[in-house]
Design a protein around this ligand. Structure first.
Ligand SMILES: [Zn+2]
Length: 270
Protein backbone atom coordinates (compact mmCIF):
# COMPACT_ATOMS: atom_id res chain seq x y z
CA UNK A 1 0.00 0.00 0.00
CA UNK A 2 2.32 2.66 -1.23
CA UNK A 3 1.26 6.23 -0.73
CA UNK A 4 1.57 8.50 -3.77
CA UNK A 5 3.26 11.89 -3.77
CA UNK A 6 0.66 14.60 -4.29
CA UNK A 7 2.92 16.51 -6.69
CA UNK A 8 4.81 13.97 -8.82
CA UNK A 9 2.31 11.09 -8.32
CA UNK A 10 5.17 8.67 -7.77
CA UNK A 11 5.04 6.20 -4.93
CA UNK A 12 6.54 7.46 -1.75
CA UNK A 13 9.09 4.79 -1.03
CA UNK A 14 9.72 3.00 2.21
CA UNK A 15 12.89 5.00 2.90
CA UNK A 16 11.38 8.23 1.62
CA UNK A 17 9.81 10.42 4.23
CA UNK A 18 6.29 11.80 3.87
CA UNK A 19 6.24 15.54 4.13
CA UNK A 20 3.57 18.19 4.03
CA UNK A 21 3.11 21.84 4.73
CA UNK A 22 1.85 21.97 8.29
CA UNK A 23 -1.86 21.23 8.59
CA UNK A 24 -2.06 20.08 4.98
CA UNK A 25 -3.29 16.67 3.83
CA UNK A 26 -1.10 16.84 0.74
CA UNK A 27 1.71 14.38 1.27
CA UNK A 28 4.84 14.89 -0.77
CA UNK A 29 7.95 12.88 -1.45
CA UNK A 30 11.18 14.31 -0.09
CA UNK A 31 12.27 15.38 -3.56
CA UNK A 32 9.14 17.46 -4.21
CA UNK A 33 9.10 18.89 -0.71
CA UNK A 34 12.76 19.91 -1.02
CA UNK A 35 11.83 22.51 -3.66
CA UNK A 36 10.39 24.77 -0.97
CA UNK A 37 10.72 22.65 2.16
CA UNK A 38 13.65 24.33 3.94
CA UNK A 39 11.74 27.62 4.16
CA UNK A 40 8.54 25.86 5.19
CA UNK A 41 10.42 24.01 7.94
CA UNK A 42 11.68 27.33 9.31
CA UNK A 43 8.19 28.83 9.06
CA UNK A 44 6.68 25.84 10.87
CA UNK A 45 9.16 26.29 13.69
CA UNK A 46 8.34 29.99 13.89
CA UNK A 47 4.66 29.23 14.58
CA UNK A 48 5.60 28.10 18.08
CA UNK A 49 8.65 30.30 18.66
CA UNK A 50 8.03 33.20 20.97
CA UNK A 51 10.89 35.31 19.68
CA UNK A 52 9.98 34.87 16.02
CA UNK A 53 9.29 38.07 14.15
CA UNK A 54 6.62 38.57 11.47
CA UNK A 55 9.02 40.33 9.11
CA UNK A 56 11.41 37.38 9.24
CA UNK A 57 8.49 35.00 8.77
CA UNK A 58 7.24 36.96 5.76
CA UNK A 59 10.72 36.89 4.20
CA UNK A 60 10.63 33.09 4.29
CA UNK A 61 7.02 33.10 3.10
CA UNK A 62 7.90 35.14 0.01
CA UNK A 63 10.79 32.85 -0.90
CA UNK A 64 8.71 29.70 -0.33
CA UNK A 65 5.86 31.15 -2.39
CA UNK A 66 8.20 32.00 -5.27
CA UNK A 67 9.70 28.51 -5.13
CA UNK A 68 6.25 26.93 -5.41
CA UNK A 69 5.20 29.29 -8.20
CA UNK A 70 8.37 28.70 -10.17
CA UNK A 71 8.63 24.97 -9.37
CA UNK A 72 7.66 22.47 -12.07
CA UNK A 73 4.31 21.57 -10.50
CA UNK A 74 1.05 20.95 -12.34
CA UNK A 75 -1.16 24.06 -12.11
CA UNK A 76 -3.70 22.43 -9.76
CA UNK A 77 -0.94 21.04 -7.55
CA UNK A 78 0.68 24.46 -7.44
CA UNK A 79 -2.61 26.11 -6.45
CA UNK A 80 -3.15 23.61 -3.65
CA UNK A 81 0.41 24.03 -2.36
CA UNK A 82 -0.07 27.80 -2.36
CA UNK A 83 -3.31 27.35 -0.40
CA UNK A 84 -1.45 25.18 2.11
CA UNK A 85 1.22 27.85 2.45
CA UNK A 86 -1.47 30.49 2.98
CA UNK A 87 -2.96 28.38 5.76
CA UNK A 88 0.43 28.08 7.40
CA UNK A 89 0.72 31.87 7.30
CA UNK A 90 -2.72 32.29 8.86
CA UNK A 91 -1.83 29.77 11.54
CA UNK A 92 1.38 31.66 12.37
CA UNK A 93 -0.39 35.01 12.55
CA UNK A 94 -3.16 33.66 14.78
CA UNK A 95 -0.54 32.07 17.04
CA UNK A 96 1.06 35.52 17.46
CA UNK A 97 -1.75 38.03 18.07
CA UNK A 98 0.66 40.98 18.01
CA UNK A 99 2.10 40.24 14.59
CA UNK A 100 -0.35 42.16 12.41
CA UNK A 101 0.15 45.30 14.45
CA UNK A 102 3.90 44.80 14.42
CA UNK A 103 3.93 44.55 10.62
CA UNK A 104 1.76 47.67 10.20
CA UNK A 105 3.69 49.70 12.77
CA UNK A 106 6.95 48.51 11.28
CA UNK A 107 5.84 49.59 7.81
CA UNK A 108 4.75 53.01 9.07
CA UNK A 109 8.01 53.47 10.94
CA UNK A 110 9.97 52.39 7.89
CA UNK A 111 8.04 54.83 5.70
CA UNK A 112 8.69 57.60 8.21
CA UNK A 113 12.35 56.75 8.32
CA UNK A 114 12.59 56.62 4.52
CA UNK A 115 10.91 60.00 4.37
CA UNK A 116 13.31 61.39 6.93
CA UNK A 117 16.33 59.85 5.19
CA UNK A 118 15.36 61.24 1.80
CA UNK A 119 14.84 64.68 3.32
CA UNK A 120 18.06 64.51 5.30
CA UNK A 121 20.66 67.08 4.31
CA UNK A 122 24.32 66.22 4.32
CA UNK A 123 27.30 68.40 3.58
CA UNK A 124 31.06 68.22 3.61
CA UNK A 125 30.90 71.73 5.08
CA UNK A 126 29.79 72.80 8.52
CA UNK A 127 26.56 74.69 7.91
CA UNK A 128 23.63 74.97 5.51
CA UNK A 129 22.58 78.24 3.93
CA UNK A 130 19.22 79.29 5.31
CA UNK A 131 19.36 76.88 8.24
CA UNK A 132 20.47 77.15 11.83
CA UNK A 133 22.03 74.23 13.69
CA UNK A 134 20.13 73.86 16.97
CA UNK A 135 21.74 70.68 18.31
CA UNK A 136 24.99 68.76 17.89
CA UNK A 137 24.63 65.04 18.62
CA UNK A 138 28.14 63.86 17.96
CA UNK A 139 30.38 61.97 15.62
CA UNK A 140 28.84 59.17 13.58
CA UNK A 141 29.97 56.85 10.83
CA UNK A 142 28.67 54.34 8.35
CA UNK A 143 30.68 51.81 6.44
CA UNK A 144 30.65 49.10 3.86
CA UNK A 145 33.16 46.81 2.21
CA UNK A 146 33.34 44.76 -0.93
CA UNK A 147 35.46 41.78 -1.88
CA UNK A 148 36.81 41.76 -5.39
CA UNK A 149 38.07 38.43 -6.72
CA UNK A 150 41.24 39.00 -8.69
CA UNK A 151 40.30 36.76 -11.59
CA UNK A 152 36.83 38.18 -12.27
CA UNK A 153 38.04 41.67 -11.77
CA UNK A 154 41.49 42.14 -13.14
CA UNK A 155 41.35 39.75 -16.06
CA UNK A 156 38.42 41.65 -17.47
CA UNK A 157 38.73 44.50 -19.94
CA UNK A 158 36.72 46.84 -17.72
CA UNK A 159 38.97 47.19 -14.70
CA UNK A 160 38.29 50.90 -14.29
CA UNK A 161 34.53 50.49 -14.78
CA UNK A 162 34.39 47.63 -12.30
CA UNK A 163 36.42 49.55 -9.75
CA UNK A 164 34.20 52.63 -10.08
CA UNK A 165 31.05 50.51 -9.79
CA UNK A 166 32.43 48.89 -6.64
CA UNK A 167 33.18 52.29 -5.09
CA UNK A 168 29.77 53.71 -5.97
CA UNK A 169 28.07 50.68 -4.42
CA UNK A 170 29.89 50.76 -1.10
CA UNK A 171 29.86 54.58 -0.84
CA UNK A 172 26.08 54.59 -1.30
CA UNK A 173 25.65 51.96 1.41
CA UNK A 174 28.04 53.79 3.76
CA UNK A 175 26.08 57.02 3.28
CA UNK A 176 22.81 55.21 3.92
CA UNK A 177 24.19 53.86 7.20
CA UNK A 178 25.50 57.31 8.10
CA UNK A 179 22.05 58.81 7.59
CA UNK A 180 20.42 56.02 9.60
CA UNK A 181 22.85 56.67 12.45
CA UNK A 182 21.87 60.36 12.38
CA UNK A 183 18.17 59.45 12.27
CA UNK A 184 18.58 57.15 15.28
CA UNK A 185 20.01 60.09 17.20
CA UNK A 186 16.95 62.15 16.34
CA UNK A 187 18.90 64.30 13.89
CA UNK A 188 17.92 65.56 10.45
CA UNK A 189 21.29 66.50 8.97
CA UNK A 190 24.95 65.53 8.89
CA UNK A 191 27.78 68.02 8.58
CA UNK A 192 31.50 67.62 7.91
CA UNK A 193 30.94 64.46 5.89
CA UNK A 194 33.96 62.81 4.38
CA UNK A 195 35.04 59.36 3.28
CA UNK A 196 37.96 57.20 4.33
CA UNK A 197 38.98 54.37 2.06
CA UNK A 198 40.92 51.28 2.97
CA UNK A 199 42.15 48.80 0.42
CA UNK A 200 43.33 45.54 1.91
CA UNK A 201 45.62 43.77 -0.46
CA UNK A 202 46.64 40.54 1.23
CA UNK A 203 49.52 39.54 -0.94
CA UNK A 204 51.59 37.29 1.25
CA UNK A 205 53.98 34.38 1.14
CA UNK A 206 52.48 30.95 1.17
CA UNK A 207 52.58 29.22 4.53
CA UNK A 208 53.60 26.02 2.76
CA UNK A 209 56.29 27.46 0.52
CA UNK A 210 57.90 30.80 1.35
CA UNK A 211 58.96 31.39 -2.24
CA UNK A 212 55.34 31.28 -3.43
CA UNK A 213 53.29 34.47 -3.24
CA UNK A 214 49.59 34.02 -2.50
CA UNK A 215 47.12 36.54 -3.83
CA UNK A 216 43.89 36.82 -1.86
CA UNK A 217 40.94 38.83 -3.20
CA UNK A 218 41.10 42.58 -2.80
CA UNK A 219 38.91 44.03 -0.07
CA UNK A 220 37.88 47.64 -0.46
CA UNK A 221 36.25 49.30 2.54
CA UNK A 222 34.81 52.76 2.87
CA UNK A 223 33.76 54.67 5.95
CA UNK A 224 31.59 57.77 5.78
CA UNK A 225 32.14 60.06 8.78
CA UNK A 226 30.32 63.12 9.95
CA UNK A 227 28.61 64.94 12.78
CA UNK A 228 24.89 64.42 13.36
CA UNK A 229 23.02 67.67 13.89
CA UNK A 230 19.53 69.06 14.14
CA UNK A 231 18.89 71.97 11.80
CA UNK A 232 15.96 74.33 11.56
CA UNK A 233 15.05 76.34 8.53
CA UNK A 234 15.50 80.03 9.25
CA UNK A 235 12.14 81.74 9.50
CA UNK A 236 10.32 78.43 9.86
CA UNK A 237 8.86 79.45 13.23
CA UNK A 238 7.57 82.66 11.72
CA UNK A 239 5.78 80.94 8.90
CA UNK A 240 4.38 78.12 11.02
CA UNK A 241 2.93 80.56 13.51
CA UNK A 242 1.87 82.73 10.58
CA UNK A 243 1.78 85.86 12.66
CA UNK A 244 0.60 88.62 10.30
CA UNK A 245 2.14 91.17 12.58
CA UNK A 246 5.55 90.00 11.43
CA UNK A 247 4.62 91.10 7.94
CA UNK A 248 3.56 94.50 9.20
CA UNK A 249 6.77 94.75 11.16
CA UNK A 250 8.71 94.08 7.98
CA UNK A 251 6.71 96.77 6.20
CA UNK A 252 7.42 99.10 9.08
CA UNK A 253 11.14 98.30 8.94
CA UNK A 254 11.12 99.09 5.24
CA UNK A 255 9.36 102.37 5.88
CA UNK A 256 6.33 101.31 3.86
CA UNK A 257 3.98 101.92 6.77
CA UNK A 258 4.31 104.28 9.71
CA UNK A 259 4.46 103.38 13.38
CA UNK A 260 0.93 104.68 13.86
CA UNK A 261 -0.35 102.48 11.07
CA UNK A 262 1.48 99.52 12.58
CA UNK A 263 -0.07 100.11 16.00
CA UNK A 264 -3.47 100.48 14.40
CA UNK A 265 -2.99 97.08 12.73
CA UNK A 266 -1.88 95.60 16.01
CA UNK A 267 -5.06 96.80 17.73
CA UNK A 268 -7.07 95.46 14.85
CA UNK A 269 -5.50 92.02 15.17
CA UNK A 270 -5.23 91.53 18.93
ZN1 LIG B 1 7.03 13.98 -5.39
Amino acid sequence: MAEKCFACKKNIGFLDSRRSIVGSEHMLCTRCFSKFGPRVNIMQNMVTQENATPLEFMDHYVVAKNSIEEGDFEPDVRDDLLKDLEQLKEKAFSAHPGWMEEVVDGAIQDAEMQDALSDMLITSGFNFDGYTITKYSGYISGDDAITIPRNDFFDSNNVADNLCAAFVKIRRQALKELKEAAYNLGCNAVIGVDFDYVVIEPQHNSALNATVTVYEPYVIAVTANGNAVVIEKDGEEISTHANPLREYKALLDEGVITLEEFIAKKKELL
